[in-house]
Structure formats: structure tokens, C-alpha cells
Design a protein around this ligand. Sequence first.
Ligand SMILES: Nc1ncnc2c1ncn2[C@@H]1O[C@H](COP(=O)(O)OP(=O)(O)OP(=O)(O)O)[C@@H](O)[C@H]1O
Length: 401
Amino acid sequence: MSEKHRSDGDVMIRLEHLRKVFPGQSEPAVEDLSMEIYEGEIVVFVGPSGCGKTTTMKMINRIIEPSSGRIFIKGEDVTKANADQLRRNIGYVIQQIGLFPHMTIAENVATVPKMLGWQKGRIKERTEELLELVNIPVSYANRYPKELSGGQRQRVGVARAMAADPPIMLMDEPFGAVDPITRERLQDEFLRIQDDIRKTIIFVTHDIDEAIKMGDRIAILKERSVIAQYDTPERILTDPASEFVEDFIGSGASIKRLSLSKVRDIRTGETPVAYLTDSHEEVRSKLTDGKDYVLLLDRERKPKRWVSADDVARDDVPLKNAGWPAVAIVEENASLYDTLDTMITSYRGSAIVVDRDGSYRGVVDFETVLAAIEEMRPHESGPNGSPNGLKTFRNSPDGSR
Ligand SMILES: Nc1ncnc2c1ncn2[C@@H]1O[C@H](COP(=O)(O)OP(=O)(O)OP(=O)(O)O)[C@@H](O)[C@H]1O
């Protein structure tokens, strides 16, 4: 069950012809939405402002009552179920104003367990466990929300939503109100947590890049929550269903795809290597057959320095000072996007790939990455082909693009 992008999971949430017309409005906010959400997946709702994302999400926990249509959770029709009961099974994280300002961090996290009548000891234990999970020092338990940073408040919001261990979580722009660096960290942390907890999550965002990063599946919504495409990030990027989706993805679909591919999935190259403890003669012997550089490794095979023939010409310069430091290093699970970024800023235009322990595995250069991009392209020709390949992923049925 832990594999990403499964298509064979159990359906956790089924929405059938959901519709919402707010009182006094002539147009529906949500017109006729049907979809299935698989257990353990993160489904991201993304779409332009006012298209109905929040309304749709709030109908799932019935903060907003649907005008018509039905909601099933694990096959059970909950459209008319007791709404309080329902909400206990659904954690809810909202942007910014999520926390109760007059309650301490611990009290905020304990809201639902308290409502459920848990014993004090159990609540304390759970609160501490959750604060640890979301990276908040337990010593902050008695602080008030205003004494925390924006990122910390968001973490507490996530902890609170998870308190009673609900199988479903709704997250409405949960990381929207923090700076980009904190946001990225919160996203990474949350994905790490999700790897363990495997909740079924509906995640609302404006940001297509966040959707691509967080989603096992993405629902791109148009006005009135009409689904423009509901698919995996890969499929959305490689095969956008319409011009609307293409426009929503924006420019650089190929570049965005690079954030989904890992460097370990492509063929890495080799470079001559030697050890810092080797003799100069030994290092020089590797610089034959047109090889210009040798990568020097330490005893644990961690990359340390690049050297050329000139750098090792004199035996009196110790190898640990010869050449220049090897700094453009990426882990095998780095995305191609990050790898490319590292390569661009590196002196040699290549990156050294290491395993989790930091030991040398290989090198990648622009050619390797370009070859990988080439392989990602569908092998089609004709009117859809474009020389730079950047807009050719779309496989339109009418062959018009
Ligand atoms: N309580 C309400 N009463 C009347 N109209 C509402 C209400 N809540 C939302 N709407 C309208 O329903 C439509 C969808 O709003 P909703 O908040 O669901 O959109 P959204 O996609 O979440 O937007 P955003 O991304 O800007 O948060 C909008 O036109 C909005 O004005």
C-alpha cells in the first residue's frame, strides 16, 4: 500500500453529482462533481481563485451542506450522517487562522481528543507524540499561538488535525501563509510524515508546483468545480487533457517533469577515481586515454577533490590540497530538477551522484540529463513534433498540436 500513484487502491471517498448553490445565488458554486479518491493518497484540488475548491472540500466534512448529490466514505453514504460524528473521522487543516489564539499549543492539539472524552494521560501522551512528529519542541506545549512563528503554527495546525488519528484529512492551503523556504520545508516534512501515516488527504492549493510536488493525483478544477483533468502529476504534465490544463500548468512542463524524476532513475556516467591516500603516480596513471580529470575519494569513498594532470604533476603538493574541492554533489534520490540546478552552478557543468551515506556512485552531466529528457518524450512525429521538444508532450486526439 505504500507505493505512490497506485491505481488499484480501495476507494475511500466517492463524490456523486455533488452540487452547491448558495442561498440567494443563481449560479452554482459547485455544479455537478463526481470523483473517487483512493485510500492513502494525497489528492490535490488546484484551480483558479473562486472555482469552488474550498466549497467542494467543505462539503466533504459537511461544514457546507450540499444542495444535492451524495458523499460516500468507505462505501457508506454519509450525506445525511451525523455531521459531528463525521468530522471526528476527518482532520481539517486551514490556512493561518487555524489555531485558537486563547488556547495553548497543547490545548489546541488536544481539541478533538478532549471532545472525544479521552483520559488526561492519553491526551498528554498523544499531544507530545504529535508535537515531536511535526518538529515542535515539547517545551512549547504551554505557549500560545502568537508566540510561535508562522511555520511553527502551521505545524501545530497539522498536529491538531491528526490528533484523533482520523483516516481522512482535509488541508485547505495549509502552507499558504509562510515564506517559500519554510513552505518547502513544511511540504517535505509533511510528505515524510505521510509516508508513515498514509492518510487519505485532500489538499487544496492555488499553486501548480505545490500540486505536482504533493499530489499522488491532481484534480485541476475549472469554474464551478468542473474537473478539467484528474490524473497523476506525470500524466497531467505529459498529456494535458485540454488547453485549459496546458495553460494552468503554464510554461515549462518539461522542467516541471524533471522534479518528478530522480537521478537514480537515469543512467549515470563514470569518471576516473582515485583515493586521497594513493600516490601521485597512481593518480597520474588514471589520466590517460583522453581523461582530463580524476575524482579523489576519501577512505569512505566520499568525493573530495577534482584534479587534472597539472594539479598532480608535482609530488610535493599533497593530494588533499591539489586541484579544487568537489562540491556539486547530489544524492541518488535528488530530483533531476535539483540535479540540473546543481550542475548549472557547478564549475564543470556536471554533478557527482552519491548514495545516502555520501559514497560516490557516478556522475551526471548535461548530456545525460538531456538523454533522459529525450526518453521522457513520447515517440511520436508529425504535426505534434517540435524541434525543442518542450511542448510536444501533449498527445491530442485531433492531432492539432
Ligand atoms: N458562503 C457563501 N455564500 C455565497 N457564495 C459563496 C460562499 N462561499 C463561496 N461562495 C462563492 O462560491 C464560489 C466558489 O468559492 P470557493 O471559496 O469554493 O472557491 P475557491 O476555489 O476555494 O477560491 P479561492 O482559491 O479563492 O479560495 C465563489 O464564487 C464564491 O464567491
